[in-house]
Design a protein around this ligand. Structure first.
Ligand code: PRX
Length: 655
């Protein structure tokens, strides 16, 4: 490969860091050789009501996938994130909230947060929410989102957070799939000055009888500055409740429920290569141990640091690295409601300066968007508080890495490129900042307890510097335990392709130093601006439109988004292709799934390249979308090879 620049660990950073290279090596080795002893020790970072005596009880055998950690211990996640800090850091700020409007912010201490969580916990109990019930959160990035997650955790309810950018249809599917009894939302959300009617979306979702069958109550947070616009909300007295009405009078005392380590903490829906999004189940003990430990070591979080992760709580990054990891560690975590470009492109810099942020964790897509605006995009913001930068969600191209390092990190902050997934619960492959030299574009080495391997398509393990399918050979505590209501699908998706291993769905290369370079998904999952999406989902939304006979969706390289969505559509007889129809289809997908699924390019295709047995050959469609049709491979097995020429001639991405 072409010359790779290496950024060695700064010895000064290493000297103060939790983990230097020698410590990394020793701890990693122990974590693999004796996981029971290693995790038995590190599990003690949490407060347990009943200490565990058993640590690891896991099997990846496809006939018996069974994953349990700390299985006889009992604890409570909210207790670990709040109560245990009250004595030592009750007055310390837990959450710094920065509003969409730069003049709005709020600092919430641990004591304050504890009180709010207890009030809501009691209010939810009064509404009949019990241990094991699923509560859906469809919320903006406001403190109440974190309060609601922790209130569920406190009473043993299972939260299912649905990203506020998803459509009412997508929300309805997730309410139904989780059989969720109660939804917490807000009247509106505010992002980049734009108002989104979240409560109205919930109302729409609940016109779907399948979702309405389960959902009895909707709790609505008043996002007050917006309310003053005077918009009228539709209100259903039998079902809707104001958050402030039910919490104001509620007691601030609420004992934390004693839960088993393997009791579910949350469900989080994510896209796969086939079928509907799946609700991954995460449990309490192992998840929290893993989220808190990775948060401390990966970001080298030190007492008093101000830590900022720009993700949304609707994604797993928001769960593990805005809420659970940092709060379990007694950290100060910043929660940002807005977007990097509002009121102007210097916003990230302004927030870092205003709150003296020490660790900053964002996605390559945001970095690339800023990079396009030039070196002075952050204006004259004072970035001197920064000590470390993080990246997550998609491969970071070396140019963006270099820019991030130079312009945001001012050449002095290590970058941690964190590879992980909704399924993994926490960071899996990452350079620990005091231990691992970095190479722009590489996620480098495994975290403690993580055993990555590369296998060929037949499942043979590959040695040395090679490319292959990335699998993980043994369990780690943060791992998802199942798909909600469908364990068989969990086994099929993750444990049946390469026997005895967890299949990540990603491809990777290992270099001569043993560093991993994630090359992207090897299945039909797209990663658009760090948002994960199944091609099957977008296709099924498209074919639900009356004009569409057949649709095939593939990804293609996109400068800003990483991957763009390229759609091939065959129309039903009687429909004509037109710009209006194209626009309509785009809007259709937006309203079926959400704006993040909006197709970038739509090509009308009179025919799809199919095998004689009728299977669409996606490989060919991918190549055409990538404008790389010189290497189409063998097309002679197609039922009608001539369709390919037409597709090439009308291709839309001419690089
Ligand atoms: O393809 C990988 C990519 O994002 C996928 C997981 O997406 P999701 O479950 O939504 O979680 C995103 C946040 C953890 C992975 O299968 N991905 C995530 N982080 C990286 C990455 N690809 C390359 N480098 C990363 N650092």
């Amino acid at each position: 490969m072409s010359e790779v620049k290496v950024y060695p660990v700064d010895p000064e950073f290493a000297a103060k860091a939790h983990i230097d290279n020698a410590r990394y090596q020793a701890m990693y080795e122990q974590s693999i050789k004796d996981p029971d002893a290693f995790w038995g020790e590190h599990g003690k970072r949490l407060d347990w009501f009943t200490p565990y005596t058993r640590v690891k009880h896991t099997s990846f055998d496809p006939h018996n996938v069974d994953i349990r950690w700390f299985e006889d211990g009992t604890l409570n996640a909210a207790y670990n994130c709040l109560d245990r800090h009250l004595e030592t850091r009750g007055d310390q700020v837990a959450i710094i909230w920065e509003g969409d409007d730069p003049s709005e912010d709020e600092k919430i201490t641990y004591r304050d947060l504890h009180e709010r969580v207890c009030r809501l916990s009691n209010a939810l109990k009064a509404q009949g929410v019990e241990k094991g019930d699923v509560v859906t959160l469809y919320m903006p990035m406001i403190p109440e989102a974190a309060v609601a997650m922790l209130a569920c955790a406190r009473i043993g309810a299972v939260h299912s957070v649905v990203f506020g950018g998803f459509s009412p249809e997508a929300l309805a599917n997730r309410i139904e799939g989780a059989e969720s009894k109660l939804v917490i939302t807000s009247d509106y959300s505010l992002r980049g000055g734009k108002v989104v009617p979240l409560k109205a979306n919930v109302d729409k979702a609940l016109t779907d009888p399948a979702a309405a069958r389960f959902c009895e109550k909707v709790v609505v947070v008043e996002r007050h500055p917006v309310k003053r616009t005077g918009d009228e909300l539709a209100w259903h007295d039998h079902r809707d409740l104001w958050y402030h009405d039910i919490t104001e009078q509620a007691s601030v005392e609420c004992p934390a429920e004693e839960l088993n380590a393997e009791d579910p903490l949350f469900i989080l829906y994510t896209s796969g290569s086939t079928g509907k999004p799946k609700g991954l189940k995460h449990t309490t003990g192992g998840y929290l141990v893993y989220a808190s430990m990775t948060h401390e070591y990966v970001f080298d979080y030190q007492e008093g640091d101000i830590y900022w992760c720009t993700a949304d709580v609707g994604w797993v990054t928001g769960h593990s690295y805005i809420v659970y990891g940092p709060l379990a560690n007694g950290a100060t975590t910043l929660m940002f409601e807005g977007v990097p470009s509002y009121p102007d492109n210097s916003r990230f810099g302004r927030v870092i300066e205003k709150h003296r942020v020490n660790q900053f964790y964002t996605a390559p897509t945001a970095i690339r968007a800023l990079m396009q605006k030039g070196e002075d995009v952050l204006g004259d913001s004072d970035l001197s508080s920064l000590r470390l930068l993080g990246s997550v969600g998609e491969p970071i191209n070396p140019e963006a890495w270099e820019w991030y390092h130079r312009v945001v990190g001012q050449g002095r902050c290590p970058i941690v490129d964190t590879w992980w997934q909704t399924e993994t619960g926490g960071i899996m492959i990452v350079p620990l900042p005091g231990a691992t030299d970095t190479k722009p574009g590489s996620a480098t080495r495994p975290f403690f307890g993580v055993q990555p391997a590369l296998v060929d398509n037949e499942g043979n393990e590959l040695e040395g510097a090679v490319d292959g399918n990335l699998v993980i050979k043994d369990s780690w505590p943060g791992q998802s335990r199942s798909i909600w209501g469908d364990h068989e699908r969990f086994v099929q998706t993750y444990f049946s392709t390469f026997k005895g291993c967890y299949t990540t769905g990603d491809g990777a290369r290992r270099d001569e130093d043993g560093f991993y370079w994630i090359t992207g998904r090897v299945d039909d999952v797209l990663n658009v601006s760090g948002h994960r999406m199944g091609t099957a989902e977008i296709e099924s939304a498209l074919v639900a439109h009356p004009a569409v006979a057949e649709a095939a969706v593939v990804g293609y390289p996109h400068n800003l988004k990483g991957q763009g969505i390229y759609v091939y559509v065959t129309l039903q007889a009687g429909f004509e292709q037109s710009d209006e129809l194209m626009k309509e289809l785009r809007n259709w997908v937006r309203s079926e799934i959400g704006p993040i699924a909006s197709p970038d390019l739509i090509q009308f295709a009179p025919g799809m390249p199919k095998t004689r047995s009728g299977k669409i050959m996606r490989r060919i469609l991918r190549k055409i979308a990538e404008d790389d049709f010189g290497s189409l491979g063998d097309t002679s097995t197609l039922a009608d090879p001539s369709v390919v020429d037409d597709l090439i001639e009308k291709r839309l991405n001419r690089t």
